[in-house]
Design a protein around this ligand. Structure first.
Ligand code: DOR
Ligand code: ZN
Length: 447
């Protein structure tokens, strides 16, 4: 029986303070004690008794590095009715995240140093997790002229990842220039791979279900053609490409080929594409409308295998909150997207750990270490070996792997309720999250 939350404060400690985590299992290994001090992990070993520490009886809880999400829509500035930096980062901390990358499709678009600095400051002031703004690749996400990539990179926000997510950078010359430009500061272009002409008016995955429902389809080739083109460009110019939310079996094959060439290509998959399939669209419930669309069981199987063997580097949520008037409407008018920060770890456990495809160390790699490396986080441990040892930054999450919980949309910290898992009973619960040694979540609640 695991239990957490018996927080005994021996001596009140200001700020991050000193924490004694008793009996945690790093990456699922044998229980040890972990001591946090001054924002760092200072000691790891059995039976420690540090003086003057807050004690957290973590008997049997898993300790994983703080999760990193490369793909979060925080909606601020502009759509604070759907989400704010504060509400989105509260959801992130509850989900075990210590860093989220905030996508640029805000209003105004995050295509200048001013907007990315604003988002970065809002994140810092809220204090629930680190917010790393993603800069737009093109002005206004219009796909016509490059945005001020250099100014965003040298701003206080220190942007390293750029994306027009929600839109594809479909012009091959612009994509090439963007890849060339970010080489100067080892940046990365994150592509939303969707050939626009092939997906005009598309409503769902193109296949047997779309044919039956009479909805216009979104062919797998529209995603795969862009990934192949951009991998070739990244290889040609020697720059870094990251592929957002890969959703088809063919995309996995193309990524495998691109990696075999030694090109600097990485990719992410969302929790929902690891679990859900396009037959859910027969309900016409817009909660299942997402971009890229839910695909087939064959695709899900290939995505899981690709994530397990490292062809797909990491999981990213594509947390996409939407206000009721934009989402709870008829299928064709509803915006695509699902909230995902608070359910990501549980869905990953369900799809990858309970199926035996990843162990806890593998899950930590796909949800913390690999995304930290791709996003260029300064404290990202190159191979993960230092992630939970003395000398590492104390970003970590404690998870009860035996706990189960039922998703109640009304109880989510996100301002929006568009989860596809309402009423679903899920495995694994975040008990505590520490950001640089300071608890942001204790006993499953925001501190
Ligand atoms: O489903 C999606 N929603 N996919 C995207 O690419 C954008 C996102 C959004 O911003 O809502
Ligand atoms: Zn996208």
């Amino acid at each position: 029986m695991t239990q957490c939350g018996d927080v005994v404060t021996s001596e009140p400690v200001a700020g991050a303070g000193r924490w004694h985590l008793r009996g945690v299992r790093p990456f699922g290994a044998d229980p040890v004690d972990v001591v946090l001090d001054g924002g760092m992990i200072v000691e790891v070993g059995p039976g420690l008794s540090p003086a003057g520490a807050n004690i957290l009886d973590a008997d049997g809880l898993l300790a994983l590095p703080g999760l990193v999400d490369l793909h979060t829509h925080l909606r601020e500035p502009g759509r604070e009715d759907a989400e704010t930096v504060a509400s989105g980062t509260r959801a992130a901390a509850l989900g075990g995240f210590t860093t989220v990358f905030a996508m640029a499709n805000t209003e105004p678009v995050a295509d200048t140093a001013g907007v990315v600095e604003q988002v970065w400051r809002l994140g810092r002031d809220a204090g629930h997790c680190d917010v790393r703004p993603v800069g737009a690749v093109t002005e206004g996400l219009r796909g016509v002229r490059l945005a001020e990539l250099g100014a965003m990179a040298s701003s206080a926000a220190g942007v390293r990842m750029f994306s027009d997510d929600g839109h594809c950078v479909s012009d091959a010359v612009l994509m090439r220039r963007a890849l060339e430009y970010v080489k100067a500061f080892d940046g990365v272009i994150a592509q939303h791979a969707q050939e626009p002409r092939l997906t005009e008016d598309a409503q769902m995955n193109e296949g047997a279900v779309s044919a039956r429902l009479g909805l216009s389809g979104w062919p797998a080739a529209a995603e795969e053609a862009i990934i192949a083109r951009d991998a070739l460009l990244a290889g040609h110019v020697g720059s870094r490409l990251h592929v957002c939310h890969v959703s088809t079996a063919g995309s996995v094959e193309i990524l495998r080929w691109a990696k075999s060439k030694g090109w600097r290509v990485t990719a992410e998959v969302t929790p929902h594409h690891l679990l859900l399939t396009d037959d859910l669209v027969t309900s016409f419930d817009p909660v299942f409308k997402v971009n890229p669309p839910l695909r087939t069981a064959t695709d899900v199987e290939a995505l899981r295998a690709g994530l397990a063997d490292g062809t797909i580097d990491c999981i990213a949520t594509d947390h996409a909150p939407h206000a009721p008037q934009d989402k709870e409407t008829e299928w064709a008018a509803a915006r695509p997207g699902m909230v995902g920060l608070e359910t990501a770890l549980s869905i990953a456990i369900l799809a990858m750990v309970e199926t035996g495809l990843l162990d806890w160390a593998g899950l930590a790699d796909r949800m913390a270490i690999a995304p930290g490396r791709i996003g260029g986080l300064p404290d990202a441990s190159p191979d993960g070996t230092r992630a939970l040892s003395a000398g590492a930054v104390a970003n970590l999450v404690l998870v009860d792997p035996a706990a189960r919980w039922t998703v109640d949309p009304g109880a989510l910290a996100s301002r929006s309720r568009n989860t596809p898992y309402a009423g679903r009973n899920l495995p694994g619960r975040v008990q505590a999250t520490f950001l640089r040694g300071r608890p942001t979540v204790l006993d499953g609640k925001i501190v």
